[in-house]
Design a protein around this ligand. Structure first.
Ligand SMILES: [Zn+2]
Length: 145
């Protein structure tokens, strides 16, 4: 069923320059397999790459992507932060909250009470005199210490 190939035969192969399957001419053979081919589209010479291997690798990659997509619900950063704030149940920790003051140093995970933003939790230190605090409306950078 397979055509006998030899130098000069036309063959379809994957061309890296064209990034597509194009018609090629066999330049050199190794046994029954083409070793070097020349692309009819860009005239580039390269090693022969069988189409099958490239196509199945592509299909596998595509399959992985499609199976992953429906599971992830895309939330905006703000929605994610609001969700996080609710998950931490910070409203219930109101009594433990330290009132926010410019002069006070707050540790990571400290619950603080801010006159404008309400209850928040310190998520990280952001530089020497700044903390990132997660409030109900989202993350804010505050000065401290
Ligand atoms: Zn090409």
């Amino acid at each position: 069923m397979e055509k006998e190939l030899s130098a000069g035969s036309a063959i379809e192969a994957r061309c890296t320059k064209c990034r597509a399957i194009t018609n090629h001419i066999v330049i050199a053979m190794v046994g029954d397999t083409p070793a070097q081919v020349q692309c009819n589209t860009c005239q580039g010479r390269h090693n022969y790459r069988p189409i099958k291997a490239a196509a199945s690798a592509k299909a596998e990659k595509a399959g992985k992507t499609t199976s992953r997509t429906p599971a992830t619900r895309r939330l905006s950063l703000e929605q994610q932060q609001q969700q996080q704030w609710q998950d931490l149940n910070l409203a219930a920790k109101r009594e433990q909250a330290k009132p926010y003051q410019l002069t006070t140093t707050f540790a990571v995970n400290a619950v603080i009470s801010h006159p404008t933003f309400g209850i928040g939790i310190v998520t990280r230190k952001a530089g020497t005199n700044k903390i990132e605090v997660l409030f109900e409306q989202g993350c804010k950078l505050l000065r401290c210490g």
